[in-house]
Each structure stands twice: as C-alpha cells, then as structure tokens.
Design a protein around this ligand. Structure first.
Ligand code: DGY
Length: 363
C-alpha cells in the first residue's frame, strides 16, 4: 500500500510538472503530443544506485520506470556522495558496503519508498528506522544459496586439507620430498559437522556434506527445521554442537543476538582438533578471541570468507597464521548468482513503487 506521504509527494511532483509544462508550452507553442511525452519523461520516478557495475539486465528493467542516477566512481560510494545522491529519490539500490541509516533516510526525504539491497544479509540497513518511516526493504535470498553453499565446502576443504599452505610449500621452495604425515589434516569421512544457523544456506551446506560420508550432521538454531529430517540433521543446543563437532560451520545472520557470539568461552568449548568455518558475517565472531584460539591451539584451524573489517588489512595478525584461510567475501561470487541478485533487487524495487508485494521482502 502507498503511504499517505508517498501519495501526497507524488501528487505534488506531478502538479508541479504539469504547471511547468503548461507555462513552457504557452511560451514555446508545443503540440499536445510533445507535451504528453515531456510529462511522461518528467514524471518518471527517481532512483539512485550506489555503484556503476550493476548488470545491464537489471538497469534495463529499472529504466522503464525510473530516471536512474548512480555513483560512477570506483569502489563503494563515499558517504558524502551517497547522502547527496539519495536526495529526493523514490528508490535506493544499494549494497552491503553501504550503511543505510537515519541520516541516509533524512537526506532522501519523504519521497523514498523502497531500499533494495543486492544482498541477502541486511545488517548494514537500520531496519527499525525503515519500518518507522514506512520504507520497504528488498533483499536477495535463494538466488545465491547454491553459490554460497559451494563456496562453504570449498573453504572447508581448503582449510582442513591445508590447500593454500601446501601450495606455498611449492612456491616458497619448501617442498623437499613426500613424507607420510606432511601436510595432513582432518578428513570429512566419519566426522561430525555442526552447522550454526540452519536457514537456506545452512541446509544446502548439509546437503553437500552428505556425499562426503560424514557420520553426523548437527545444527543449532531457534527452532526445529522441517527440512532437517530429509537431510539427516539433528538439532542440538549450541553448547553440545560445539563440544561434538569436528567442523563448526557458521551460516547464521548477523543480528544483535549473534554479534560476537563466537568469543573465548565458545571457542574453548570446541575440540582442540576443530575446524571453524564462517561464511555469514565477520561480526558474529569476536576476532581477537579467534586469533587467541588459533595461536594458542584452542582450535585447529579457521576458514573465513568474512572478517571485521572488510577489507582486512594485510598487516592483520590473522593474515600471517598458517592455520587460517582467508577469502575476501566471495561466497556468492558466481556470474549467475550475482546477475540473479541484481535482477531480483530491481524486481523488488519495481514491485514496491508499483504497489505490489515485494518478491523478496526483508520484513
Ligand atoms: C549477502 O548477500 O549477504 C552475501 O554476503 C553477499 O555475497
């Protein structure tokens, strides 16, 4: 439903446009047809996109309805430009690198109807502020699930089987001869894997783990998931999961409840041989505690696709640990997933301004 503010804003804008055209027409003697075309063009809604590298497929959809402006510099939009860019916009297309809060909404003004973020995680958006102002939020679940689940398995194997460390043995001239226990790590066969957060991504990770012949699949979360039966996964309290798992895999969302939940206390519950994998958000981990756990042998190794901050500076102590595999937040980085995410973001935005239910609302 359109809010009263939105409708009055639209009526005001349209009336202003008609008056402008009317006065211009009498001065320039325009035909009624060119007047109508001008009215259509001028009354297009305004959209701001915070990056220039959105697939053309998504932009083309948006251009049918919007006058599209975007940040054209490289990298994430600087704050000042974001605040300037959103002024008077009806819709905002953003990314997980943009903090969308009260200040952004204030700068956008009353016309802002919807924020579409090209991500499933939306911890960068101040949801209570959006709700309070009647601004909708679209996200991109489902279309990235398989890509992230694939990456999770790749990261788990790279960490447990020490792929990067092993590769460095060659490139640094340290490969002298084959040896029985050189570069060994734990195998998945007959192991226990524990998944923290059993949403779509957690479930797809479980599905991919089965063919590796794990003995047990555990998950923890707020509620029983009906899909667990088919996947052969058992819900257990988090403490039990940490004590029993050889592989602890984090796929939960970052919320006030999960922020820095992996702290000294939780790492010390894990097996000394445990491999810890995080593909959700860096914020769910107390990174100083993780560093201590890796340096002190509290756990065996960690594989992280997400860190705090991002990018993680190369001088960060985690970067020089042989038992820590770091990736630069590439969970959903397949061409297909990113294109689908872009199109779904466009569809969310279009649905909002057309008064239809969002295909993927955050709330
Ligand atoms: C998301 O969509 O939240 C992912 O982290 C981006 O890959």
């Amino acid at each position: 439903m359109f809010s009263l503010n939105y409708i009055s804003c639209f009526v005001l804008k349209t009336t202003k446009t008609i008056l402008n055209i009317y006065t211009t027409k009498s001065r320039l003697h325009l035909s009624p047809h060119s007047c109508a075309v001008a009215l259509y063009k001028m009354s297009k809604l305004k959209l701001y996109i915070t990056r220039p590298d959105v697939p053309e497929k998504a932009i083309a959809l948006l251009k049918e309805k919007f006058e599209v402006a975007m940040w054209t510099g490289s990298g994430p939009v600087p704050r000042e430009d974001l605040l300037r860019g959103v002024r008077g916009c009806d819709a905002l297309y953003c990314f997980l690198t943009d903090r969308i809060d009260q200040e952004v909404l204030d700068c956008a003004g009353e016309s802002l109807r919807v924020v579409g973020t090209m991500s499933v995680g939306h911890d960068h958006v101040d949801v209570p502020v959006l709700k309070q102002r009647g601004v909708l939020l679209g996200i991109t679940p489902d279309v990235l699930t398989d890509a992230v689940a694939d990456l999770t398995l790749a990261l788990l194997l790279a960490t447990s089987r020490r792929l990067f460390e092993a590769n460095r043995q060659i490139t640094e001239g340290k490969w002298t001869a084959w040896a029985p226990f050189w570069m060994c790590g734990p195998g998945l066969k007959a192991s226990t894997a524990g998944i923290v957060g059993f949403g779509r991504i957690g479930q797809e990770v479980a599905r991919r783990l089965r063919p590796f012949k794990v003995a047990a699949l555990l998950y923890s979360g707020r509620s029983d998931k009906p899909e667990a039966g088919e996947l052969g996964a058992t819900r257990v309290p988090l403490g039990d999961l940490l004590e029993r798992s050889d592989f602890v895999i984090v796929t939960c969302a970052l919320t006030p409840d999960t922020r820095e939940m992996f702290n000294d206390a939780l790492f010390s519950k894990m097996k000394r041989s445990a491999v810890f994998i995080n593909v959700s958000r860096g914020g769910v981990v107390d990174q100083a505690a993780l560093l201590r756990a890796l340096q002190g042998g509290v756990i065996l190794a960690a594989g992280l696709d997400v860190t705090t901050p991002e990018p993680l500076p190369p001088s960060h102590p985690l970067c020089s640990l042989p038992n820590c595999v770091l990736l630069p937040h590439i969970g959903s980085a397949t061409h297909q997933a990113r294109t689908d995410m872009a199109v779904l973001t466009a569809r969310n935005i279009l649905a909002a301004v057309e008064g239809r239910p969002l295909p993927a609302p955050a709330f």
